[in-house]
Design a protein. Structure first.
Length: 248
């Protein structure tokens, strides 16, 4: 979904922008094959009642409100329900980023200036100086979102947010009595494992293994799996903390 043309509504200031997804899928793509003959499996949209294949233009959306009962919507009806300014990113307010729990973050997009872009770079500088992020709302594809706009190096990053009803966090009411010596050891263990966030060092080990296995199979070699190490479980919390510190 590259090159979505939109605009940021900053009060009466209109800022033309282009939206591009940042994240790309790193997973190795497999096709489904028929084990017997090795042919690729096809998926056919089929109506069992009419006993025919169904073309894309003959499909509508239906909501099941009772068993085997549907109300239907066509594309025109669904388009009527979209917000008035669906092609725009409408700013609602400016807030500190630490007020937004990362659990609400869904997907991030790169927001670039379209055209000369003076208003865009003014907005970048204002965001940078304010040390705030913009809370906004927009439509991407067919879905309505609230999102945040933040300044990042030289440009703006837009991150869509989950709605509260989409986030299911269990609230633990357990009453745990933590001993001071346990907390002290836990803090020492944390300090011993302190580091920096260095994304260039973090590799997808599973996908690397799959790609290496693909090359091995092409060369006629057998796949050698990694040996699983059995970790000894320590039930005593103090003992586990102390041994962890010694091992570190």
């Amino acid at each position: 979904m590259p090159n979505i043309h939109s605009s940021i509504n900053f009060a009466l200031v209109n800022i033309p922008v282009i939206i591009n997804p940042i994240i790309r899928n790193n997973d190795t793509s497999f096709n489904q094959l028929h084990e017997k003959c090795g042919s690729r499996v096809n998926y056919i949209k089929f109506c069992p009642k009419c006993n025919i294949k169904v073309k894309e233009q003959d499909i509508i959306k239906g909501y099941q409100y009772e068993s085997e009962k549907y109300i239907t919507f066509d594309k025109e009806e669904l388009n009527k329900l979209k917000p008035e300014n669906e092609k725009e990113i409408e700013i609602i307010s400016f807030i500190p980023i630490n007020e937004v729990d990362p659990i609400y973050f869904e997907k991030s997009y790169d927001i670039d200036a379209e055209g000369k872009g003076k208003a865009y770079y003014l907005f970048c500088e204002a965001l940078k100086r304010s040390k705030l992020v913009a809370l906004a709302k927009t439509v991407i594809g067919s879905k309505f979102y609230y999102c945040i706009l933040r300044f990042n190096n030289q440009n703006i990053i837009m991150t869509t947010l989950y709605f509260e009803e989409e986030v299911n966090v269990r609230k633990d009411q357990g009453d745990y009595k933590i001993k001071p010596e346990e907390l002290d050891l836990a803090m020492k263990l944390i300090n011993s494992l302190k580091g920096k966030f260095e994304p260039s060092k973090y590799k997808d080990e599973y996908q690397d293994n799959i790609r290496n296995a693909i090359m091995d199979k092409i060369d006629g070699k057998k796949i050698k799996g990694n040996k699983k190490k059995n970790k000894k479980q320590i039930s005593d919390l103090m003992e586990a903390l102390e041994k962890s510190l010694k091992k570190k």
